[in-house]
Design a protein around this ligand. Structure first.
Ligand SMILES: C[C@@]1(CC(=O)O)C2=NC(=C\c3[nH]c(c(CCC(=O)O)c3CC(=O)O)Cc3[nH]c(c(CC(=O)O)c3CCC(=O)O)/C=C3\N/C(=C\2)[C@@H](CCC(=O)O)[C@]3(C)CC(=O)O)/[C@H]1CCC(=O)O
Ligand SMILES: NC(=O)c1ccc[n+]([C@@H]2O[C@H](COP(=O)([O-])OP(=O)(O)OC[C@H]3O[C@@H](n4cnc5c(N)ncnc54)[C@H](O)[C@@H]3O)[C@@H](O)[C@H]2O)c1
Length: 200
């Protein structure tokens, strides 16, 4: 087999966490971190957490959110029933490996936190400005770099970024004519975004 070149082959998709059921196995620090990452993107994310011991911070979050379910017990394969996406965060490699194997057997996409060889997908750093979302991946090379780049983008994107999107959406909706004509108008209106940069 030919060697894959050193570049990022990951395909970004933007999941609707309120329409799918996510399982987080493990309710420790990393489980809390991953829950936070899910909720940061969608506070209505459906998340089930299975662990014999669950951190107080997670309990407090679950207490005020009906979309979060806590199950206080050790993981077993039946926990995967009705699950679309699973994140393993236990402190036992063998348990994380079992979660990975069980998920693969059921065709469920799985991420074992901080264990790239047991991941079908990675979580990314995300920047949000209203309707705009940017996902960042360093292909697992440096999550710290992803975090810094997120902070830079959060700073440089103007506060009115969402207003621009809202205006464009309104124009797009009001445009009559065929598809090609619409594209022409929208490309014309937005051309200055790129030219403006070149001129400076
Ligand atoms: C984006 C973010 C999302 C999230 O998880 O929420 C995320 N990690 C974040 C932070 C972070 N994670 C770690 C540190 C400590 C410093 C450091 O090691 O750099 C910091 C920085 C900090 O916290 O300051 C530890 C760490 N992480 C991984 C390993 C294992 C390895 O590399 O082999 C180790 C070493 C463990 C050890 O040594 O024991 C692996 C992964 N971490 C990923 C995602 C995936 C690749 C993402 C990418 O391609 O960039 C991947 C592959 C798997 C996964 O999906 O989990 C979130 C940033 C959120 C933000 O924007 O602030
Ligand atoms: N804490 C960190 O910053 C960090 C950083 C990098 C890697 N890690 C690794 O990530 C893993 C988790 O770290 P942590 O800090 O969250 O650990 P933790 O000890 O705080 O939490 C582990 C969680 O897993 C649960 N668990 C244990 N056995 C289980 C089972 N059979 N079924 C379901 N749940 C089970 C525990 O009840 C607990 O909720 C560890 O392997 C750790 O080495 C942690």
């Amino acid at each position: 087999m030919s060697q894959r070149s050193e570049e990022n082959h990951l395909f970004p998709v933007f999941l609707k966490l309120d329409k799918i059921q996510t399982l987080v196995v493990g309710g420790g620090y990393v489980g809390w971190e991953k829950l936070g990452a899910l909720l940061k993107n969608d506070h209505k994310a459906n998340v089930k957490i299975v662990a014999p011991e669950i951190r107080q911070e997670i309990r407090e979050i679950a207490a005020v959110r009906s979309t979060i379910e806590l199950v206080e017990k050790e993981y077993d394969p039946s926990d995967l029933e009705g699950i679309d996406l699973v994140i393993g965060t236990t402190n036992f490699y063998e348990v994380n490996q079992q979660i990975y194997r069980d998920a693969k057997a059921k065709g469920i996409l799985v991420n074992v936190a901080d264990t790239p060889e047991l991941c079908d997908f990675y979580l990314g750093s995300t920047v949000k400005k209203g309707n705009l979302k940017i996902g960042i991946s360093t292909n697992g090379k440096s999550p710290t770099f992803a975090k810094r780049l997120r902070a830079i983008l959060e700073e440089v994107l103007p506060a009115h970024t969402d207003d621009i999107l809202q205006n464009l959406a309104a124009i797009r909706k009001g445009l009559k004519g065929d598809f090609e004509k619409k594209m022409e108008v929208l490309n014309e209106i937005t051309a200055s975004f790129v030219h403006h940069k070149k001129e400076n």
